[in-house]
Design a protein around this ligand. Sequence first.
Ligand SMILES: Cc1cc2nc3c(=O)[nH]c(=O)nc-3n(C[C@H](O)[C@H](O)[C@H](O)COP(=O)(O)O)c2cc1C
Length: 167
Amino acid sequence: MSGRILVAYASRKGSTAGIAQAIGKELTSEGYAVDVNEMKSITSLAGFNAVVIGAPVYTGKVTGDVAAFVTANKDGLSRLPVAGFVTGIAPVYPKTGDVKGFTDQLITALAPIRPVAVTMFAGTLDAEKMNFVERSLTSLMKVPTSDFRDWDAIRAWARKLPGMMNL
Ligand SMILES: Cc1cc2nc3c(=O)[nH]c(=O)nc-3n(C[C@H](O)[C@H](O)[C@H](O)COP(=O)(O)O)c2cc1C
């Protein structure tokens, strides 16, 4: 059991960053060397044996960072096992979208690279971190505000990755 894993994330308000860190911590405790970095800051995949990609959903769309990251790193990604997750409120509040629709968006953004696993985790909604428009939008939709991140589910998914990635 060895290998160097990159956890590449996008995050506007920090909750996906927290999930990426938790995945990194879990993989580190399993004996892997792990880098957890913002997608935007990554310039090369050299030296990595696998990549985990995570990004939040805003107003029905997985953030554009994923498409940009995939385009910029297509060659590197096509040679490595890739897994991905999206973060949003839909798993706990289905009015904000369809979980399968969001994981499918991630699959589409990654194509033609085929991820070994995709999932969606519940994120966080914090009224204090929203601007006026965001607050109006979410209160209009009566979206509950809380930290919905399920750390046990996140850690359990992380532990399954090395097996799925043949590491
Ligand atoms: C303005 C706004 C729009 C959002 N739209 C969606 C949505 O369409 N579907 C969804 O599941 N979650 C939606 N969310 C919830 C975010 O995905 C959630 O807050 C997530 O944890 C944000 O991740 P981040 O902290 O990494 O930026 C929205 C949140 C905000 C503030």
